[in-house]
Every structure is written in C-alpha cells, then in structure tokens.
Design a protein around this ligand. Structure first.
Ligand code: TXA
Ligand code: MG
Length: 535
C-alpha cells in the first residue's frame, strides 16, 4: 500500500476521506503520534490491530474534539468526568467511563468501559472534526516498540501499512496521556503522564495509583489496564537502571565498564561519562525527560547499543510517567550502587507525621507505616492472636477466630503492666516485619522511611540507620489534633500524656525536623534528604 505523507492544513480533508472510507491515518497529537480510524467502523478498527501487530485484548483510546461527544460514548457522564474535562481538556488526559453499547467490542476489547481523550494538537482536532466521528487511536508504533514522537519514527514503523501519515512535527510531551479510570471508586491512575497524580487529586480528591504503574505484574494478576500486561517501550538493547546520584553512577560505570557499551544520562553529563552516551532531558526537569525518553530509546538501537546503563530519574510529578516507561523498557532491571538508608520517623500526636510521610513518598522514599503493619498484618496472624490470648484469656478471640480488638483494648489498657505485657508480645514481630520490608527496599537502593509513632519504645529505632523526630511545640500540636479529630482540649491533653515515654526517648533521635510553620515542611524534608544522601 502506498502511504501518503501530508503536511498542510488542506490535506486534512483528504486524510478525513480515508477515515470515512475505513482506512487508517497516523496523526500527530501533543503526546505521541496516534494511528486513527473511525471508532464505529469495525473493519477499520481491525486494521489498526493488524498494522500494529497489537494483541486483540488491548483496548483503544477514543479521541474526541468537543466535550459533548462524551455523551456519544459513555453510558453515564459523572460530575467528576465533567470536572476533569473542564480542567484538563483539550490535553494529555484520558478518562475511562462505562461505555455505550454502540461502541464496537473490538474498540474496548470487550470491556464494559471505554477510554476517552480530547487531544489539544490542532491537526488531531482538525482531523476528528473533518472526519465527523470520534477516532479510535493507539500510539502509531509497532506493538512493543517505543511510541513515536517524530514523524520519521511513524514512517519507520508504518510506511506501506496505512493510507496516510500527517506530519505535525515533533510531539510536545513525548509520553502518552495520563489514564485515569472513573469506573472505580476512588478513581485510579492506570498510566501516569504529563497530567500528574497530584493535579488529578486537586480535582477528584483521593486517586489511587495502580500498583502496575511502577512494578512488574505478578504472574496471574488481574490487570486494570490490559496495556500493562504487554512488553512495552522495548528497545533491542538491554537497559539497566543504575540507582544512585551522578557521582555514584560514574564510579559504578567505571568499575563495570566491560558490562555495557552505552549510557543513558541527563543532558550536560555526557562528557563526564566513561562510555558513549545518549541523553534524555535534564536531571531536574521531568517534562524534558518525558519529551526525550522514547527518542533516546530509539537512538540507542540506531547506534547499535547492546547493553546500556541508565541514570535513574525522579519518580516525582511527571517523573512518575517517565519512570513508568523507563522501568518497563528496562524490564525492571535495576542495579544498586549502594543500599538505601533506612530512616525511622517519630513525632508526637499532632506533629504532622502523616503529612511528612506523604512528602517523603513524593520524594521517592518507600514508606513503611508501622501502625498499618501492626493493625493490618500482625493482629490478623493466628499465632499472634493465640499468644495474646495465652496472656489475656480467650475472651479476646471472636467466634470466627479473629481478634476482638475492643476486648483486647479494654484489657491491655487497664494498667501499665498489662500494656507492657501486650507490647512484649507484639513489638518483636513488628520489628521483624518492618526490618524485612525495609531491608528489601534498601537493597534496591531506595531510601526507606519507617513511620512509627512508637519508634523508640518498640525498638524499631535499632533497625534504622538514622532516626528523625518531627517536632512542633505542644500548643501547636494541641490545636492541630483538636481541629483534626474534633476532640476536646481535655481529650487531647490525655492523649499526649500517653506518649510521654516515646517523647522522652525520641529526644535521642539523630535529627529533628521542625514543623510549626506548615509551609516550610517540604523544604525542610528535601534539605534533610539531600543532607543524608551526601553522607
Ligand atoms: O497519548 C495517548 O494516549 C496516545 C495518543 C495517540 O492519544 N494514545 C495511546 O494509546 O497511548 P495506546 O493504545 O498506546 O494506549 C492506550 C492505553 C493502553 O494501556 C490500554 O490498555 C489502556 O489505555 N486502555 C484503553 N481502554 C481502556 C479501558 N477501557 N480500561 C482500561 N485501560 C484501557
Ligand atoms: Mg501504545
């Protein structure tokens, strides 16, 4: 088949004719090039799967040019969808909604939902308008290859397979749209992109992040987004992500020079690298990394790279989208220059620990929530329940063999001695569980935060490299918990009095981070992380 290459506005009419005839047209969008066909023409949609070699169970995104078109595609359009559309459309956001029956099953891979996006690229919008139908379009690459961000890459993959390619220059964002599903409650981020998780939360409230965003799928796992199952963004070269800062990276590469022939690093670092390098954006600018990532992967192949050491980008903001693609392109192969630090975080009630934990998480730390380990794991283990019952009696066991938490609380908190007895049973296994988790993450080079209100009292401090106390004056903390938990001043003071032992012990923490002016907390935490990572 001869593939027409169009460059001008007038040619869009001709391209729309191909769409109407049931042919395929590659179109530029602000994210990556898409391979478009008439959503309602099953034969045309089938050609998309053939041209790409795409598995049939991977559904397509339907592209529209005005918000009203949502009603043509979705069974219901919830308030949340309209809010997202208002804030982020046209732009790099795809939302998933329950689908209308009129959408062919082949588009949605027989799922009850459909993915919808309104692109901002003027040529994509013009093509949708001129075609008069919503356009189903996956990225315009051969399945498994990096998505094309330049017209040349579309030509490389699609020439001779499709009717036309519209040349709209290089794509602005360089990674595909953010995909969020509104078919679950709370909404879930399935694929991160230029619209970030926190931008979504500003509009939607809580948004979960699908585990598959940063982790390989476990065997047999049920996937929320079929696209996550497949080998993706893979260059021919084997990529290894080397975690650590620039200096660590360079010394690692020097030591293991014979194990690789290429490097992926940030702009400006090439001349310091001991092997030939391809760059992907600057270290501090995730958007610039997104724009260059897929091109860099293709360049590696063009240069004949076999084994590549890659610098690890930040997972923050748009960085989550960069890492989502890069980790897959590296088949989740990581090399750890050095172990990550294990940091214990304590702080009295109202000191702002949960906020601090959230900020640490946004700065790529792995968070281990000791309270959650206690409540969600330990207190559900039959052997622990039995052990507690051997001290407090069988009345703390429910008929279904679960723990009667209320009964246990009544017994354990009746005296200081009883509380001590419970702690003696539970603290060693908490420490063990947290230690196992922390060491695993640390071995992967991750900085670990053990968030534990009883860090010192439980002995968790002993498994940490560094301990930190979050500090705010008592009056500030009192005011915070009265407001947050809607309790009286008396109750708040009582709660404080229960924490005196930890308060005393935690004065020995290696660091103290001040949190009485909320707006400085993030700066303080970033400063702290920089400081400890230099050690
Ligand atoms: O930026 C983009 O989104 C680009 C441009 C061309 O618009 N398109 C794109 O399409 O990346 P594609 O087909 O390469 O990726 C679509 C992703 C896949 O991971 C697919 O599994 C997921 O969206 N998806 C589509 N429909 C879905 C649905 N109903 N439920 C869950 N995931 C869905
Ligand atoms: Mg794709």
């Amino acid at each position: 088949m001869k593939t027409e290459i169009y460059k001008n506005k007038e040619d869009i009419k001709k391209a729309a004719e191909f769409i109407k005839e049931g042919e395929l047209v590659a179109m530029p969008t602000e994210t990556v090039y898409g391979l478009a066909a008439d959503t309602f023409n099953e034969k045309a949609i089938k050609k998309i799967f053939e041209a790409k070699g795409r598995p049939q169970d991977n559904p397509l995104i339907v592209h529209i040019s005005k918000t009203e078109d949502l009603y043509k595609l979705a069974k219901e359009v919830p308030e949340k969808a309209l809010k997202l559309a208002e804030k982020f459309w046209p732009g790099p956001l795809t939302m998933i909604l329950p689908k209308k029956d009129s959408i062919p099953d082949i588009v949605s891979a027989s799922l009850p939902t459909v993915a919808i996006r309104m692109p901002s690229h003027p040529m994509a919008r013009a093509l949708i308008e001129a075609s008069g139908v919503p356009l189903a379009a996956p990225s315009a690459n051969i399945s498994g290859f990096p998505s094309p961000t330049t017209v040349q890459y579309v030509i490389d993959d699609m020439n001779g397979r499709i009717a036309a390619i519209i040349d709209g220059g290089d794509c602005g964002y360089g990674i595909e749209s953010t995909v969020v599903t509104l078919a679950s409650d709370p909404p879930k981020l399935l694929r991160p992109g230029a619209i970030t998780h926190s931008q979504l939360e500003e509009v939607l409230g809580k948004v979960e992040i699908d585990k598959a965003v940063l982790h390989p799928l476990e065997k047999g796992a049920v996937v929320s987004s079929p696209g996550m199952k497949y080998k993706h963004y893979s260059p021919k070269a084997e990529i290894y992500i080397v975690r650590g800062n620039k200096d660590d990276f360079i010394s690692y590469v020097k030591e293991h020079k014979k194990d690789a022939d290429y490097i992926m690093c940030f702009e400006g670092e090439e001349s310091e690298m001991p092997l030939p390098a391809v760059t992907f954006g600057t270290e501090k600018d995730s958007l610039s990394q997104a724009r260059r990532l897929f091109d860099a992967l293709r360049e590696l192949d063009e240069n004949g790279a076999h084994k590549v050491f890659a610098r690890a980008p930040s997972e923050k903001g748009v960085g989550l989208g960069v890492c989502n693609r890069l980790y897959r392109s590296a088949a989740f192969r990581f090399l750890n220059v050095k172990k990550g630090k294990i940091i214990g975080l304590t702080g009295e009630s109202g000191s702002g620990k949960s906020r601090a934990a959230k900020i640490f998480a946004e700065n790529s730390c792995v968070i281990i929530d000791a309270d959650a380990v206690y409540n969600e794991i330990l207190l559900k283990k039959p052997d622990i329940i039995k052990e507690i019952a051997s001290v407090f009696g069988n009345s703390i066991i429910n008929d279904d063999n679960t723990l009667n938490r209320r009964e246990l609380a009544a017994k354990a908190f009746s005296s200081y001695e009883n509380k001590k007895k419970l702690d003696e049973i539970t603290h060693p296994p908490i420490v063990k569980e947290c230690k196992d988790r922390a060491e695993k993450a640390s071995a992967e080079g991750r900085t670990v935060i053990i968030d534990a209100p009883l860090l010192f009292t439980s002995g968790l401090d002993k498994i940490c490299d560094i301990t930190v106390k979050l500090y705010a004056p008592e009056t500030v903390r009192l005011a915070r918990i009265i407001k947050r938990d809607g309790i009286s001043e008396y109750e708040a003071v009582m709660r404080f009095s229960k924490q005196t032992e930890e308060a005393k012990l935690s004065n020995n923490a290696d660091f103290s981070i001040n949190n009485y002016e909320p707006y400085v907390l993030e700066t303080e935490i970033i400063k702290f992380l920089d400081n400890i990572n230099k050690r």
